[in-house]
Design a binder for this molecule. Sequence first.
Ligand code: ZN
Length: 312
Amino acid sequence: MKKLVAILLFGIATDDLKSQNFIQTYQDRVDALKFEDINSHLKEFEKLGVKTTGSEENDKALVWIKNKYLSFGYTEDQIMEDPFSVGRMKSKNLIITKKGTVYPDTYVIICGHFDNINGPGVNDNGSGTSIIMEAAKILKDVPTEYSIKFIHFSGEEQGLYGSKHYADEVVFQKKVRQLDIKMVFNLDQVGGKKGIFNDTVFCDEDQGGSSKNNAASTQATKELMACTTLYSPLKAKIDPAEHSDYISFEKKGEVITGFFEYLRSELPHTKDDTFANTDVRYVFNIGKATIGALQHFAGANKTSDIKETQKK
Ligand SMILES: [Zn+2]
């Protein structure tokens, strides 16, 4: 593992960081992210209680997320609820689609789960949930070459049920592919622990499962690391992708990458995974890296948004 990291870091230092150019317009949109917005989403997420899959709290959290998108100006026809059941347990994923300009039928998926267990899950995964919502808000009127699906999964903590349902029954139907997916970018547990110095984020690379999609994940993860250093103050390190919703897609052959906190908190899945114990500044910084990377992956317009803003 250590050897692999050294080789990959060397690779990035020598070519990819140079070949991936900084784009000022991307930075301008990254800078539109407000600390206060992340802060208030995390507080509200805590107030929604323990959002265990199948619970009333979980249903209410989905409505809370949906209302956020409506308040950002997304329309009902862009928002899809995706119900699934496992035994007696019923829940829903929420999918928001923004159409691309050049490849409208090819999707960049950015996803994270909103369900939790034992506690309010502000780090795991209110952090990813808040960032995905803010990325969608900031990029709403920005033309992107690829379509983007912002997906909030449920059922993750019990066994990736929501994402498995989506990958197996929506992306594929009767084993026939319905959706062309460029890549899947997952955010899970990016809240850090308050009181420790969080200046690094893990970029998750597909090192297992089917080997066919590993090289493409390696490339996507290199690009994610480059975007992290270009658009946020954070440092990036590689770790293996595992135990989160991207695995449901990996099993279907998709290209995956993602963020996970570098210094791992022991509080997720306990009652202490609270707002007070989460490093909001770290979530904010990962939000910056995310908005930079999502623009890169989706091919966001590189010219200034000033005209678009004036039109409003
Ligand atoms: Zn999680």
